[in-house]
Design a protein around this ligand. Sequence first.
Ligand SMILES: Cc1ncc(COP(=O)(O)O)c(C=O)c1O
Length: 390
Amino acid sequence: MIAQPPAPARRLAQVQTPVIPVMGELIRQTPGTLSLGQGMVGWGPPEQALGAVQRALHNPGQLHVYGPMAGDPELRAAVQAWLEQQHRIDCSGSAVLITAGSNMAFNAVAQVLCDPGDELILPVPYYFNHAMAIRLAGGIPVAVEAGVIPDPDQLAAAITPRTRAIVTISPNNPSGAVLPQPVLAAINRLCAQRGLLHISDEAYGLFSYGAEEPWSPGSGPGSGAHTISLGSLSKSHGMAGWRLGWAVVPQGWMAELAKVQDTILIGPPRLNQQAALGALAAGPQWCRQRIAGLAQGRGQVLDALDQPGAPWRLLAPADGAFYALLQLDSPLNGDEAMARLIREHRVALVSGSSFGLGGCCLRLSYGMLQAEALQEALQRLTQGLLELSR
Ligand SMILES: Cc1ncc(COP(=O)(O)O)c(C=O)c1O
């Protein structure tokens, strides 16, 4: 007799099913779908990144052996210089950990932070992979509805003796909001006063189009002792597939993070680190020019959605990242609306339920499509939304 293999650990039942593969499968089943779904940009890496890879391949040196756990020193220094110059992050008391994408950095931090039952506060809407990583680490993501621009007092009211950190994302996925500096500074102060970490996800740190400039909580004087800044080349440098990100952490955290990183990754892939060095050498203007090009798509989105009396509304001004978050008057939930928009209207958006939103909410990304393709997708979308609202 053959016995049943063991069941998966019970905590996996608390981890949501990743929405992007679900959406991807629906798109595959519906040929001709235009995607306003996945959060990616339409450009690839700078020439300098590809040149650096070619040079490394011709002269591999240490490429084939394990590298340092926290990343190659040249890249750690280049990332630090980038963060000091572009985001004014004060790295003096901090250390840079290079990871295979910033999701991995968040995961490592959650592993180090959580004993079973420890709580991390996630303002709603949150990024689904944050909630998933906290669950995987045995912690509890505490979703707090404190407004799309989170009210620090409401976040303070959610603090319990088990709270370890507050997570913010600015510019925000999924809302596109750029959180104002005073709000982020108040949350950062709150964390300092209450003995919490402020985990600041800055994957979209260069992406803004409105009056509000993105601001890094790690740039406040003395904030490095209680602030973790996460970042990545995935969006700004069109390098999502290269898996290159980082965490800036208080120095004292490195010894414990090393346990996670050494177990999961040993060290970041060395060829990709060469690519990253090349990419950073292209300078901020390279990124800023491309990001400025997204403003046209953003304009198309805002124009298409600006219809008096329409049964939808934007939940936040779409001033940053490349997202707009919609709420539709509809009896459907977000998952149902996502499936029907793809199947019946051949346009893909991501369900808001994966970001902790009730009702019928959908996230639109204008990072990938341009000009006529974007116009066609928006035409399908507004038509579809009208039908789904009935
Ligand atoms: C807020 C946020 N953080 C992190 C990530 C993941 O980025 P990376 O590719 O660096 O893992 C994303 C990707 O969409 C994101 O939206």
